[in-house]
Design a protein around this ligand. Structure first.
Ligand SMILES: Cc1cc2nc3c(=O)[nH]c(=O)nc-3n(C[C@H](O)[C@H](O)[C@H](O)COP(=O)(O)OP(=O)(O)OC[C@H]3O[C@@H](n4cnc5c(N)ncnc54)[C@H](O)[C@@H]3O)c2cc1C
Ligand code: FES
Length: 587
């Protein structure tokens, strides 16, 4: 459903030009800037495709282009991500197809892209969220030739996200200032709608392979800063693949970027703070929030040890307070130490069973309740998008409080590979403020390595950054202590629950592979295909690992380290053969 605004609302909430598209042959009114997913949901169509294995319905899940669940057919092209594809006049969308083969009508992608093959720069920055923006600005500000790349249609990443029909969220002066800097610095080139699908060592530097309408095919760079962000941590429970179950990030993206309500009667479950913010945004937008469930018991929030980390976090405290007040005013049921047990429904969510959790977040189904709802929003924190650091062979460590596997870094955010930096949530979940500081430090140090910034200037610039860095690290540590999932959260799935959404692999299949002797995630992948699908394990990798461990928290952490990471191969996102061929041409 589209959110309707009062007549006095600002231009940021007004819709753009109305156009007509065709959904399953029927004309539908859409608005420029909306995604296919938003239009389908506005039309109350929740099933976007059916799975090849069991013909099960699937709809929007991650909402930010990670999971490949929202595939539809657009103008005859199969396997198009509805959440990433803007509508255009006359577009023909087909839903409920079994998306199996990758098919693309003959076209000349090279002609569309203007034919530029190679670009040579001194620093390439992948990701234009808070971390990447600051990194690019810091390096280019020291006269380094920089290319800033992002697959999204706009600068800003997940944090500086506004309506898709407005290039700069007008209400956000900070974002506007950063975007203006990116446009004004002459040595800084930026490319949006540009997917980096491969990264390789090349001489003393790096080679990136790209897919995007205005980007070169390849970038050759002396230093590389990866600022690829994070995505919602998936949690598997019976019914989690039903249309209507989605991540907090998906719900928020619909609200903030598309002005679309994800559902009418919504249960929001997770471990703060994002799902609280999203619940309040849902209420303000007019949804009925049936309940907000917080896995952490109330008493743990009030522990005095958290107070030092809250010092000078006034804006965040105010946001939290305002969210709480909005929920109280709307008389929303809020339960601490509770979570989702199961979603029910045939073609989509119709009801949800909620349950108290013990200290380890294990469900206590004796007191479970079932409530009618059409939407379940889950927000249990984030996982770092670390595919490129893994692909390039950086050393990683397992850090559950920062989201799992993260690259090892020095004080300047340099990974174990000289000249390769990793910053922001993709290098360990810590929030936008920390991401910005890390980005600035990496950009400055890259400029120093390239001989554009003297040691003295580098140290002058770092002083105030280091102070803020420590403050934000303290805050990130507190969030990690409070909200890192307890092991019980991973016991919700039963033997028949899908773990790998792309390849329809169930928990029972994974357990049988383990019993047959598989010891690492890669061996499980080889035996079951879990992790081999379109999202390349982004959704199922962490779930598979947690499904295979047992014992107390410390024992589980050691077992998770032993299971290792799924290996990553290029392309890190599905591509057409045509694009692969283009990248290889002239090499
Ligand atoms: C869905 C979601 C909602 C959030 N909502 C809030 C909120 O309401 N409040 C809050 O305080 N924090 C929120 N956060 C957290 C906050 O947005 C992050 O902490 C912050 O944005 C981190 O900044 P970053 O630069 O590290 O990553 P991001 O802002 O995530 O930026 C990473 C960028 O990298 C790009 N990218 C990744 N891989 C590639 C590739 N291979 N090729 C090209 N581009 C690539 C992505 O498109 C993205 O734009 C949210 C996070 C997510 C994921
Ligand atoms: S969920 Fe995508 S590969 Fe498993």
């Amino acid at each position: 459903m589209r959110i309707s605004f009062p007549a006095s609302s600002t231009s940021s909430s007004e819709r753009s030009r109305a156009i007509t598209i065709f959904v399953d042959g029927q004309p539908v009114i859409a608005y420029e800037g909306e995604t296919v997913a938003a239009v389908l949901l506005a039309e109350t169509r929740r099933t976007f495709r059916r799975t090849p294995g069991r013909n099960e319905p699937r709809g929007l899940f991650c909402g930010i282009g990670v999971c490949y669940d929202c595939l539809v057919t657009v103008n005859g092209q199969a396997n198009v991500r509805a959440c990433q594809t803007p509508v255009v006049e006359g577009m023909r969308v087909t839903t409920e197809e079994t998306q199996r083969q990758w098919r693309q009508p003959a076209s000349s992608a090279r002609a569309e892209r203007g034919g530029q093959a190679d670009l040579y720069v001194e620093a390439a920055v992948v990701g234009a969220g808070p971390a990447g923006l600051e990194a690019a600005i810091a390096a280019a500000g020291a006269s380094v030739r920089v290319a800033l790349l992002d697959s999204a249609s706009q600068l800003g990443g997940q944090y500086f996200k506004g309506p898709d029909w407005q290039p700069v969220p007008q209400q956000d002066a900070e974002a506007a200032a950063l975007f203006a800097r990116v446009r004004d610095i002459p040595t800084l080139q930026h490319f949006v709608k540009t997917q980096v699908w491969g990264a390789f060592p090349e001489g003393d530097g790096w080679l990136l392979t790209l897919d995007g309408p205005s980007a070169p095919f390849r970038i050759h760079t002396q230093t590389l800063i990866l600022a690829t962000g994070a995505y919602d941590r998936p949690i598997a429970f019976p019914g989690w693949t039903l249309p209507g179950v989605m991540t907090a990030g998906a719900a928020q993206t619909l609200l903030k970027s598309q002005n679309i309500l994800p559902g009418k009667r919504v249960v929001v479950a997770g471990a703060g703070p994002l799902h609280w913010v999203v619940a309040a945004q849902l209420v303000r937008a007019g949804a009925e929030v049936v309940a907000v469930l917080e896995a952490v018991p109330r008493a743990r929030f009030l522990h005095p040890k958290h107070i030092p980390a809250l010092w000078r976090q006034w804006q965040r405290l105010r946001e939290g307070w305002e969210a709480w007040r909005a929920l109280r005013r709307a008389d929303v049921t809020m339960r601490f130490g509770w979570g989702v047990l199961r979603a029910h429904g045939h073609e989509q969510v119709e009801a949800v069973t909620i349950t108290p959790l013990d200290e380890q977040w294990t469900p206590q189904p004796g007191r479970a309740e079932t409530v009618p709802a059409d939407t379940v929003v889950i927000g249990y924190g984030f996982l770092p998008a670390n595919q490129l650091t893994r692909l390039l062979g950086c050393e990683h460590e397992y850090s559950p409080r920062r989201g799992g596997w993260i690259p090892r870094r020095d004080a300047w955010m340099q990974t174990s590979l000289p000249g390769l930096f990793a910053v922001g949530d993709g290098a360990g979940v810590g929030g936008a403020a920390l991401a910005r500081i890390e980005g600035a430090l990496a950009g400055l140090y890259a400029a120093h390595l390239l001989g554009r910034l003297s040691k003295e200037d580098l140290h002058r610039a770092e002083t105030s950054l280091r102070r803020r860095l420590r403050r934000e690290q303290r805050f990130a540590t507190m969030l990690g202590d409070l909200f890192t999932p307890g092991p019980g959260l991973y016991t919700l799935a039963d033997e028949t629950t899908i773990i790998c959404r792309c390849e329809e692999v169930r928990l029972g299949d994974i357990q049988r592979a383990r019993a047959a002797g598989a010891e690492t995630l890669n061996e499980i992948k080889g035996l079951t295909r879990a992790g081999m699908g379109n999202c390349q394990g982004r959704i199922c990798g962490d779930l598979m690992a947690h499904a295979l461990v047992s014992g107390d928290v410390a024992t589980q952490e050691q077992q998770l380290r032993n299971l290792g990471m799924l290996s990553v191969r290029p392309p890190i996102h599905p591509l057409t053969v045509e694009t692969l061929a283009e990248a290889a041409e002239d090499m």
